[in-house]
Ligand binder design. Structure first.
Ligand code: AMP
Length: 370
């Protein structure tokens, strides 16, 4: 009998996981407080807060395996689930990826390059850290940061007071500014037996701290940059005993890869794999956590993903662009909110270039923004 999969969170990631699980005969349940959760059309909702222990117990009892669309799961919530269903990814993956300091310490312990940093817990420590690390630098809260939230840029030691207030005196990490030429990420999927597959390195462009576009592949599959990124991500996953998808965000500094952070889950920079790969990150995550064989990735179709943020272009206008595939999340547009994405795939000779067709999608996305 097919496994029953539980998902903590029913936003777009939960929705796309459930969509990928359906053809495998896997029905998903999820916990989410929103009556408009995007996953509700493809999975069974338990409408409750993520910290509602009764709801998490119900989810675990309905499921053989429980997975997550976000990493910020509290220890009591995790305990409620862990006794009743198999949890994937591992509690250690969640614990480390919730905390920027633990993440950096893990990367360093494996010998991988990170930006210079200091842990800071007081204003005094922040001032000392600014002197030691220098400026420009970035203060980031250890916990609960995403899409550029919980971060403040520091230009001089005079900014310390303001910066410390803006992180609300939360335990933080001060990081030196990395002068990168581009931002990259790699998504790998690791099975419980330790085997894994890796997607092509992806180049990411952010706008106002939110992912705007992702493009892949950017190098041949045997390129040293690709091999190194995958080696890093796999070593991290091995160390964590991770099962499922794991995204590693990297800065490319003239060919040197500096590690930024991990997400122990499917990732926005992997959404292109739905149309660009034989098996998407969502399907391979589902396969990994329920114990099915992982699926082949290639041959890969070069793809550019454009996030729809804060506005929805007309579907007909998007789909009139050759090679454009629309993925909507069933969310009301609001400023800064991701409401869908468009994957534009390579079509070969006889059609406009991928770049020019993607530019048309970007223009539609920009025009739709409020
Ligand atoms: P994060 O939440 O760590 O992914 O940071 C959000 C974005 O801020 C990144 O995607 C980068 O564009 C930028 N950023 C974060 N850390 C640094 C850094 N140390 N140096 C330069 N840019 C950074």
């Amino acid at each position: 009998m097919a496994a029953r999969l539980g998902i903590v969170g029913g936003g777009q990631l939960g929705r796309m996981l459930a969509l990928a699980a359906a053809p495998l005969g896997i029905r998903c349940s999820f916990v989410d407080p929103s009556p408009e959760a995007g996953a509700r059309v493809v999975a069974d909702q338990i409408e409750a807060d993520f910290e509602n222990i009764d709801a998490l117990i119900e989810l675990s009892e309905r499921s053989d395996i429980v997975t997550f669309e976000f990493e910020n799961v509290s220890a009591p919530a995790l305990e409620a689930i862990a006794g009743r269903a198999t949890v994937a990814p591992s509690p250690r993956s969640l614990e480390v990826s919730q905390d920027r300091l633990l993440e950096k310490q893990l990367f360093e312990s494996l010998g991988f390059p990170v930006a210079p940093y200091r842990a800071v817990a007081t204003l005094d420590q922040l001032e000392t850290a600014i002197e030691e690390i220098g400026t420009p630098s970035i203060l980031k809260t250890r916990r609960l940061g995403y899409d550029g939230k919980g971060q403040v840029r520091i230009g001089s030691v005079d900014d310390a007071d303001h910066a410390w207030k803006s992180v609300e005196s939360e335990p933080s990490v001060l990081e030196g500014h990395v002068n990168f030429s581009r931002e990259l990420s790699v998504v790998i999927v690791r099975a419980a037996d330790g085997s894994g597959i890796a997607y092509p390195l992806t180049e990411n462009v952010h706008l106002a701290g939110i992912l705007h576009t992702s493009k892949a592949p950017i190098v041949p599959e045997d390129d040293p940059l690709q091999l190194r990124a995958v080696e890093h991500a796999m070593a991290i996953a091995d160390e964590l005993g991770h099962v499922g998808a794991l995204a590693l965000e990297l800065f490319d500094v003239e060919g040197e890869l500096v590690l930024n952070e991990i997400a122990p889950r499917v990732h926005n920079s992997g959404h292109w794999t739905i149309d660009g790969c034989r098996t998407s990150q969502f399907e391979n995550h589902v396969r990994a956590v329920v114990g099915l064989p992982l699926g082949a990735i290639g041959p890969v179709l070069p793809t550019m993903m454009v996030n729809l943020v804060g506005g929805l272009p007309e579907s007909a206008e998007v789909l009139a662009i050759p090679g454009a595939h629309l993925h909507l999340y069933d969310k009301e547009p609001r400023a800064g909110r991701k409401v869908g994405h468009v994957n534009v795939v390579e079509l070969g000779p006889g059609e406009d270039s991928l770049a020019s067709r993607a530019a048309r999608v970007i223009a539609l996305a920009d025009a739709s923004r409020h």
